[in-house]
Design a protein around this ligand. Structure first.
Ligand SMILES: Cc1ncc(COP(=O)(O)O)c(C=O)c1O
Length: 386
């Protein structure tokens, strides 16, 4: 029988989409489900951005454009990096991508060989492990511990670096824990990478989504000129998940290869989406602080609520929109607890183990949901854990 490739059997998906499918099946059967599983803002794309996208379609911006991205958007992203990260990358370092995820994929394809070691956080975003596995690389897990507020400890990276280490993936603010790394921790990681000649890919999709904490990047050290790669995107803080738009700042030697990956895989990012992106970066920014004020209210409500449930305890996240409660005292595993909530209480959440083995004992709640649903979710959990 004809067989699929080995890589095809090694790549894997995301539990969020599996849980969503299960929850939707229950809804088809007439059950009412509270959705706390999917990681996207519960707001629509701001009108000025949506209008710019529609205008671009009206203006017939519906053709192929350069694979590396429109000059206008690359320049806007270049200004944005200077404003937010404190260094100005060269235009040649700027690449537009159709969502941040392809940026993870392409930057790993350009840096990792089979047998190399890729260092990343656990619990962490599943794509890093999936792509490592697809590439035949070895995933080296750095545990994120509650006692360290789920921040990656640079010493834990240091002790795991071998001669095979090729890439460190950093994600701050972090999914699923909402932790935000400090400047000195990120600088230390960049320094370690330099010392051991390793690449660093920094997934900064939640960069504008912090609560009273500043966001830093490990790419400041070499200004993404030698070994660090900055990935950022429009999905979360401009509520543009479906538009598929992001950008990367990478060393020029890498950009040349990335361009060929983009040509081979997607040709280019949709032109009208890119025009919406120009408006997002250069137009009115008031949407973001408003959204974050709402998220802060939701965060405070869900954290207070979770901490009032017997068997649950939860740190307040410093960024993103995820609560990651410890449920060890319920006596259930993460999977048992998530299934119990879905099938008995009609609440869809993710088990911490969907993000790696160190997620055992935790659940992830995406609190991008209405305040009244947060109240309801806490009430329902309390009833089921009496
Ligand atoms: C850490 C992290 N990186 C990347 C992504 C995906 O971003 P995009 O939708 O722009 O591909 C997500 C979405 O959940 C995420 O949490």
């Amino acid at each position: 029988m004809v067989k699929l490739s080995e890589g095809a059997n090694r790549i894997y998906g995301e539990a969020a989409f599996e849980v969503l499918a299960k929850a939707q099946e229950l809804e088809r059967q007439g059950k009412k489900i509270l959705h706390f599983e999917i990681g996207e803002p519960d707001m629509e794309t701001p009108e000025n951005i949506a209008k710019a996208g529609m205008q671009a379609i009206n203006d017939k911006k519906t053709h192929y454009v350069p694979s590396i991205g429109l000059l206008e958007l690359r320049k806007a992203a270049q200004d944005e990096v200077e404003k937010t990260r404190g260094y100005r990358p060269d235009l040649e370092q700027m690449v537009v991508i159709p969502g941040l995820k392809p940026g993870i994929f392409f930057s790993m394809l350009t840096t990792v060989n089979p047998g190399d070691e890729v260092i990343y956080q656990d619990p962490g975003y599943p794509t890093y492990g999936s792509v490592s596995s697809f590439l035949g690389a070895k995933g080296v897990l750095v545990p994120l511990l509650e006692e360290n507020e789920f921040r990656m400890n640079p010493d834990d990276i240091k002790s795991r670096i071998t001669k095979k280490a090729k890439l460190i993936i950093v994600n701050s603010p972090q999914n699923p824990t909402g932790s935000v790394m400090t400047k000195s921790e990120l600088d230390e990681i960049a320094e370690l990478a330099e010392e051991h000649d390793i690449f660093v890919v920094s997934d900064e999709i939640y960069s504008k989504m912090t609560y009273d904490t500043k966001h830093y990047t490990p790419t400041a050290r070499d200004e993404a000129k030698e070994r660090t790669v900055l990935l950022d995107g429009f999905s979360k803080y401009y509520a543009m998940t479906g538009w598929r738009l992001g950008y990367m700042v990478a060393p020029v030697k890498m950009v040349e290869r990335l361009q060929d990956f983009l040509v081979s895989a997607v040709s280019c990012t949709a032109a009208f989406t890119q025009w919406a992106g120009v408006e997002a970066l250069t137009g009115d920014q008031s949407f973001i602080p408003k959204m974050m004020a709402r998220f802060k209210e939701k965060r405070d409500k869900i954290i207070d609520g979770l901490n009032s449930i017997p068997g649950f305890s939860c740190l307040a996240p410093k960024g993103a929109f995820y609560a990651f409660p410890n449920i060890i005292e319920t006596g259930m595993t993460s999977q048992e607890c998530a299934d119990h909530l879905l099938y008995n209480a009609g609440i869809a959440v993710l088990p911490g183990t969907a993000f790696g083995p160190y997620g055992e004992g935790y659940l992830r709640f995406s609190y991008a949901n209405a305040l009244k649903n947060i109240d309801l979710v806490i009430e329902r959990i309390k009833e089921h854990f009496k």
